[in-house]
Design a binder for this molecule. Structure first.
Ligand code: CAP
Ligand code: MG
Length: 422
């Protein structure tokens, strides 16, 4: 086809069809004129390449060619509508190879960031979405109107499986609901996965009987797909309820694969490594996109940031990501496009938190949240059990909307934590 490179894909009057097109929003900086750069992005991510092609039939270009329908040079934003026919349903890597593929490396493009993706019903429905979702996770735990209290075992690695299980038992006994492996613990020689799973689940069952409360442990199964499946099946067989996957390192398609096995396990998404491409505000892929895709492929609960803790992520960004996970609509334009029955994913606030953050954290992110404490619990001056109590006391106060200032004195462990961390 001749002349494809002559701005033939730009149509600012075009009204996208949200039922038949995938809409991608990009931040774009280039040495080329803005519209020309947008055109080149649209071509390379769909039917074309750097030159016109004799092999591209005009009828195919008409059917599969995308449309650049929004250009705003002042804020460097471009929106492109891609016909659904360009994509294989149920194949996320295929979609990302187009919308988040070659275009990041094109010479004339200085910076490019995939800010948002909006997907039509047919595409969304080709994935499973969460098996449990927010309501399902709450149902398993029998916790209705307050944040779920979680802890990460610290040190990240180094405890034996027995030490890990004993520590988990102690935390549960002192008020923690869910406890997780850290992202770099899988099955090292000092703490084998199977040993850990057996010992932890045995003690979880014991503590559930003792306290009358539902608990779960989040086992990190991150690895090659066959390894992940084997470990997930083992957890299920032993009576476990939840597994953790490092969704960036291992890939969203592996999450999709695991979800399709229908094991009846809650899938917890850790996002270690995401900042390699989400942190630069001008280049890469936004965490919002990652979160939407994680929900689509079936993550039940996902790390999204804290605003107040140790990891980068502005208030506006984290609030928007959590909205995209929890609400039943995907974006903010007038044609309210919904998730078509795909369940919501529970956001997780984790990273550098201590009980002194709780009031501000819940004010910003709300109560529909899993709140995880690692260092801010095990680093308590009186040890992990006191740390767990302090966190539980804090959660109780925030869920009852009581002020820490007025009430912390009656909660000695919380009082101590506030004195220590401020
Ligand atoms: C938290 C954590 C998590 C981070 C990751 C850690 O521990 O276990 O991996 O939350 O960040 O090792 O840092 P601390 P995010 O409570 O000791 O900080 O949740 O933002 O992806
Ligand atoms: Mg961690």
């Amino acid at each position: 086809m001749k002349n494809m490179h002559k701005l033939s894909l730009i149509d600012k009057k075009y009204r996208p069809n949200y039922e038949k097109e995938i809409i991608a929003t990009y931040y774009l900086e280039s040495d080329l004129p803005f519209a020309k750069a947008a055109q080149e992005i649209a071509i390379e991510s769909s039917i074309g390449t750097w030159t016109d092609l004799s092999t591209l039939k005009p009828s195919v270009a008409k059917k599969l060619g995308p449309t650049v329908f929004y250009l705003n040079e002042k804020i460097n934003l471009v929106k492109i509508a891609y016909p659904l026919g360009l994509f294989e349903l149920g194949n996320l890597p295929q979609m990302l190879s187009a919308l988040a593929g070659n275009i990041f490396g094109m010479k004339p493009i200085k910076n490019l960031r995939l800010e948002d993706i909006e997907m039509p019903r047919k595409y969304l429905k080709s994935f499973s979405g969460p098996c449990f979702g927010i309501d399902g996770v709450r149902k398993v735990l029998k916790i209705k109107n307050c944040p779920v209290l979680g802890s990460i075992i610290k040190p990240k690695v180094g405890l034996t499986s027995t030490e890990q299980a004993d520590l988990a038992y102690n935390l549960w006994l002192n008020g923690i609901d869910v406890i997780k492996d850290d992202e770099n613990l899988t099955s090292q020689t000092f703490n084998k996965f199977e040993d850990r799973a057996r010992k932890v689940i045995k003690l979880r069952k014991k503590v559930e009987k003792q306290t009358g409360k539902e608990k779960f442990y989040i086992f990190n199964i991150t690895g090659a797909p066959d390894q992940m499946l084997k470990r997930a099946k083992l957890v299920k067989k032993l009576g476990g309820k939840c597994v953790m996957i490092d969704i960036i390192i291992t890939g969203l398609d592996n999450v999709d694969y695991l979800r399709r096995q229908n094991l009846g396990l809650i899938l917890h998404g850790h996002r270690a490594g995401h900042a390699a491409f989400t942190r630069n505000p001008k280049h890469g892929i936004s965490m919002l996109v990652i979160a939407k895709l994680a929900r689509m492929v079936g993550i039940d609960e996902l790390h999204t940031g804290t605003v107040v803790g140790k990891m980068q992520g502005s208030r506006e960004e984290v609030v928007n990501i959590n909205k995209a996970l929890k609400e039943d609509w995907q974006h903010f334009h007038f044609l309210k496009e919904d998730w078509h029955g795909i369940k919501p994913t529970m956001p997780i606030a984790s990273g550098g938190l201590h009980p002194g953050h709780l009031e501000k954290l819940v004010k910003i992110l709300g109560q529909d949240l899993i709140i995880n404490f690692g260092g801010g619990l095990h680093g308590h001056p009186k040890g992990s059990a006191a740390g767990a109590k302090a966190c539980r006391q804090g959660i109780k106060l925030v869920s009852e909307m009581k002020s820490f200032k007025k009430n912390s004195k009656e909660n000695p462990e919380l009082f101590e934590a506030l004195k220590y961390w401020g």
